[in-house]
Design a protein around this ligand. Structure first.
Ligand SMILES: [Zn+2]
Length: 352
């Protein structure tokens, strides 16, 4: 005989770092993270943590208000904004175990190294990050039992990063999607390719086949419901992005197309991240005024702008970008860094 199972969702909102966006409404430049609690009469599972020290303190207080015994923290994928609270939570609830699939655990372990904390998280979020983060432990089973209710783990493949997963709770008809679904927030496409975006779209559609009643996105506009509709919206966004990538020849064109298509979506930084990656060479040339001939030198780093963060692309990265079209159908003209006016005209004619 099993008792009643329930769930609750909380979120945190922070400004998204996007100081050098070309345009986009300032009041939309924020992002949320969600955390979902699944709980029975006495035990609970928390799905995903938050990122900063303050955010995770808030999460711990929120969880404590339920008066449940925390058995597991499940991390849906290895991104810092989803797992970085594991250390704080386990300190507060030492009987809990933090788990994720083995690939996400390995990714989180890499991103928790002292070098990474210093070189990346402390630079991006000064004074806000735990200096001793803990990664979740690798967990291979495909489900857990919570007071007699099945908590099913679904491997969703490459969503906004590799080896992502989601949770399906049949007795609640609940999908906790991690970043397989977004809810009116520009999706993080910076790590994706045209092929992986299609894989992500199909993963969202597979989750919809479970016929859920509630779908919690990893990032949601708090003004919207956790409706299963967001799975179709997530897939549509990705196909719109692929179409826009095909029909644009610069980062700015792609960015503009996505902001026009989704004028009310939060975090306009996201499409800029992918736009710059897709169209990296030309934009890097424009933004950093580096002579294109130097791109082929072994030692010349190129400043590559992703949102407000400046990443150094190695010459190996550049060769990878230039050798193959990672964005699907956009061709780079490396010799002069631009496409010809004739090819742009041809493309416009095709898209009409
Ligand atoms: Zn995320």
């Amino acid at each position: 005989m099993t008792g009643i199972l329930s769930h609750a969702v909380t979120f945190v909102r922070r400004p998204s770092p996007n100081a050098d966006l070309p345009f986009g409404a300032a009041d939309l430049r924020w992002v949320t993270n969600t955390s979902t609690l699944i709980f029975g009469k006495s035990d609970a599972i928390l799905v995903d943590t938050f990122m900063t020290l303050d955010e995770n303190r808030t999460l711990i207080d929120w969880f404590a208000s339920f008066g449940r015994n925390l058995r597991y923290v499940y991390v849906t994928h290895g991104h810092v904004d989803h797992y970085y609270g594991v250390h704080q939570i386990l300190e507060s609830f030492p009987n809990a175990r933090a788990i994720s699939n083995p690939e996400s655990a390995a990714r989180a372990r890499e991103d928790s190294s002292p070098e990474r904390v210093q070189s990346q998280w402390n630079v991006m979020f000064p004074g806000q990050m735990d200096q001793n983060p803990t990664s979740p432990e690798p967990f291979d089973a495909d489900h857990l039992d919570l007071e007699g209710h099945r908590i099913q783990f679904i491997q969703t493949g490459f969503t906004d990063t590799q080896d992502s997963s989601a949770i399906w709770v049949p007795d609640l008809r609940l999908v906790v999607a991690g970043d397989a679904a977004y809810n009116n927030i520009h999706q993080w496409t910076a790590e994706t390719t045209a092929e992986s975006r299609e894989e992500w779209a199909r993963a969202a559609e597979e989750l919809a086949k479970l016929n859920p009643v509630h779908v919690v996105a990893g990032h949601k506009d708090p003004g919207r419901d956790d409706s299963p509709q967001i799975l179709a919206e997530t897939a549509q966004y990705l196909r719109d992005f692929n179409s826009a990538a095909t029909h644009s020849s610069t980062a700015l064109e792609l960015y503009t197309a996505m902001l026009e298509r989704y004028p009310a979506a939060r975090q306009p930084r996201s499409p800029m991240g992918r736009s710059t990656s897709c169209k990296a060479l030309r934009e890097a040339l424009v933004q950093t005024r580096i002579d294109s001939r130097s791109l082929f030198g072994e030692s010349v780093p190129v400043l590559h702008f992703v949102g407000s963060s400046k990443q150094i692309l190695s010459s190996a990265d550049i060769k990878q970008l230039s050798g193959r079209d990672r964005c699907g159908s956009v061709r780079y003209r490396l010799s002069d860094g631009t496409r010809s006016a004739r090819s742009r005209r041809r493309q416009r004619a095709r898209s009409r």
